[in-house]
Every structure is written in C-alpha cells, then in structure tokens.
Unconditional design. Structure first.
Length: 167
C-alpha cells in the first residue's frame, strides 16, 4: 500500500476518487445530459452545484483520468469535457444505483425514467450505451443506423416531463 491511499481495497480506492457528493453527479450530467461545457453543467444542474465546486470537480476528474478537457474549436475561451473509458465503464454502476434508488427511495417519475429503462434493458442496453458514449467522447465509429440509446433515454424523460406539466 502506498502512503497516498488509506488502503489497497478496491472499494476504498474507488470511493477516494468518486465518493464525494459531486463527482458522480458531474459525470452523470455529462453522460446522460450530454452537457460538455462548464456553463451547461452549471446552469442545468438539478442539484444546483456551486461554480467553485464544479470547477474543482472538473479539475479533479480530469487529473484522475475520468474526463478530458480540450479547447472548444468554436470558442477560444471555452473548454469541452469528454468522458474517458474509465468514466464510460461506470454505466453499469449508474444503472445499478438507479435501480437501487428506484426500489428504496422516493424518486420522481421524470428523473427516474432513464434508470427504469436502463434497468429493464439490462447489460445489453448498457453495452450499447457505452458504445455510443465511446463514439461521442472517444471518436469510435458506430455502424450506420445504430439506434441512439441516449436519444431513447432523453425522449422518455421529455415525454414524462411533458406529461407531468400538462397533467
């Protein structure tokens, strides 16, 4: 064991990287919300993350290899954040966390619909979503006509949100 980590336990090591209140939320918003810029992450945060905390988490997630940060070619002062393979590998964990939350906690219908679809779709859907994220964030090429899992998850969310507003 090295002096930087409390122990070599894989759960401990994972929690040292992802165990704070905001890291998984930032990854979730990039992964499921397709928010790639600081301002999008800040303004669209359901949990109302403070700008200094967001800046800190983005910096930490880049340093730890869960995100990359590149200059935005359309605007010199903006950066684009992308998921890395390490963060894409969290899809099954997000699916399990969502299923657990749906089972044990008072979730809202609109914010849990994506978790429900991931749970129902199981590992095959997770793998398809991970491949789509690899294409979007890592430049992997998908076969033409490959259906968008993110599109399906987003459409379901919008449908439930609109139904709640009109009902």
């Amino acid at each position: 064991m090295d002096a930087v980590h409390r122990s070599g336990c894989p759960i401990n090591l994972t929690l040292e990287i992802l165990g704070d209140r905001w890291s998984l939320i930032v990854i979730r918003d990039i992964m499921f919300g397709n928010r790639r810029h600081f301002r999008e992450l800040l303004q669209n945060s359901q949990e109302r993350i403070a700008s200094n905390i967001l800046a800190d988490r983005l910096k930490r997630l880049v340093e730890r290899g869960l995100l990359t940060r590149e200059s935005d070619p359309t605007h010199k002062q903006k950066a684009v954040y992308s998921l890395t393979e390490m963060s894409i590998d969290l899809v099954p964990i997000f699916a399990h966390m969502g299923a657990w939350g749906r089972k044990h906690l008072p979730v809202s219908e609109e914010l849990s619909i994506r978790a429900e679809l991931l749970e129902d779709g199981g590992p095959k859907l997770w793998d398809d979503f991970m491949e789509e994220l690899r294409a979007k964030h890592l430049g992997k090429v998908l076969l033409p006509g490959t259906p968008s899992v993110l599109g399906r998850l987003t459409e379901a969310y919008i449908e439930v949100a609109n139904r709640r507003k009109s009902g």
